[in-house]
Design a protein around this ligand. Structure first.
Ligand code: ZN
Ligand code: ZN
Length: 341
């Protein structure tokens, strides 16, 4: 299957968190977390149109200045999402520079704060010297922060002594019309094909009538099976800097459920469990258990503590042993999140 997203940890498994998701053939990219990005070529970063920040600890947010520097002279809008308080963090960054010569710049940052039940956006425009401006009333938050024609982004707040936001990026289902089948069916192409695709994407019932010619209707399922190829979209989940608690584990199992690729922090080895817990972080083994509970297809651990330099293989092995069930220490964390700790 050809996938739309090409994921890449800009600083590898051991550096600051920054996950680039390039959208193939579209010249677009998303960035999840904003650790240092100064070693990444500009050409790789320029397609970034939205950034999803987990929290504003320095290792997740210090790349903001570098991205701003790169995009400043561009006539573009960067959308930035994060937990409550992220607009203050952005304002604080912007207040660190002088903006008396940017009146003719078209660059704008739109910041959206994700709270428990609503999202609120503000704007910082270069031509207004990055003064903070309200951007409409709060919108209800039901788990989805972005609904793009190509993908959706879901978010869930987790406990890291502060909120650390986890994200899942889900490509929408691919629906392609098989030209040969359409010709064989004797039906003529028209707007009804889009109505059919929309109904399938909405999850409409199988017997939903679709009007194929004026007055003539056929059930959704029959048209789908005869005329379309349906390819499920790819799902990438991202979790960093969280405590291994029942509430976090349940939320992560739901968010990452069935993900094709699960990026999960694994800063500590299980031998340092006490320290991991004290610092509201996961061990590699816990990352593996969460991946197993969420039934993900592939686990990619990262955000290793430099204390393990020379032993990174042990982190990978520990996470994988727990994930595959080869050597399980968190057996109570059932797949599907049935019996969480
Ligand atoms: Zn943190
Ligand atoms: Zn961190």
């Amino acid at each position: 299957m050809k996938t739309t997203f090409r994921p890449r940890l800009l600083n590898g498994q051991t550096g600051d968190p920054a996950l680039l998701l390039s959208l193939r053939w579209q010249g677009r990219a998303l960035l999840v977390d904003l650790g240092r990005i100064d070693r990444t070529p500009a050409a790789v970063l320029l397609p970034i149109e939205a950034v999803f920040v987990s929290h504003a600890h320095m290792d997740h947010f210090m790349g903001f200045d570098q991205l701003l520097r790169l995009l400043l002279a561009r006539d573009a809008t960067l959308r930035l999402y994060g937990p409550e308080g992220i607009a203050d963090r952005v304002a604080g960054k912007l207040a660190g520079y002088t903006w008396n010569l940017t009146d003719e710049y078209g660059f704008t940052i739109e910041v959206t704060e994700i709270a428990a039940r609503e999202m609120q956006s503000v704007r910082f425009a270069a031509r207004r010297r990055f003064a903070r401006e309200p951007l409409g009333p709060p919108r209800p938050f039901d788990g989805v922060v972005v609904a793009d024609p190509v993908f959706t982004v879901e978010a869930v707040p987790l406990d890291h002594k502060i909120v650390s936001m986890a994200y899942a990026v889900r490509e929408r289902t691919h629906l392609n019309v098989r030209a040969d089948a359409l010709a064989d069916s004797g039906l003529r192409p028209g707007p009804w094909l889009n109505a059919l695709k929309d109904a399938i994407r909405r999850g409409a019932p199988e017997d939903t009538p679709i009007e194929v010619t004026p007055g003539a209707r056929r059930p959704l399922a029959a048209l789908r099976d005869e005329l379309l190829t349906v390819t499920p979209g790819q799902k990438v989940a991202y979790v960093v800097d969280v405590l291994f608690s029942p509430a976090n584990a349940a939320a992560i199992a739901r968010l990452a459920a069935g993900a094709d690729l699960f990026f999960c922090e694994a800063p500590f080895l299980e031998e340092d469990l006490e320290q991991a817990t004290r610092r509201y972080h996961l061990t590699a083994r816990q990352a593996g258990a969460l991946a197993r509970a969420a039934r993900v297809r592939r686990l990619q651990v990262f955000h290793f503590s430099p204390r393990y330099e020379g032993r990174y293989g042990a982190i990978l092995a520990e996470a994988e042993a727990e994930f595959t069930g080869l050597d399980m220490r968190y057996a109570e964390l059932e797949p599907g999140g049935a019996a969480l700790p």
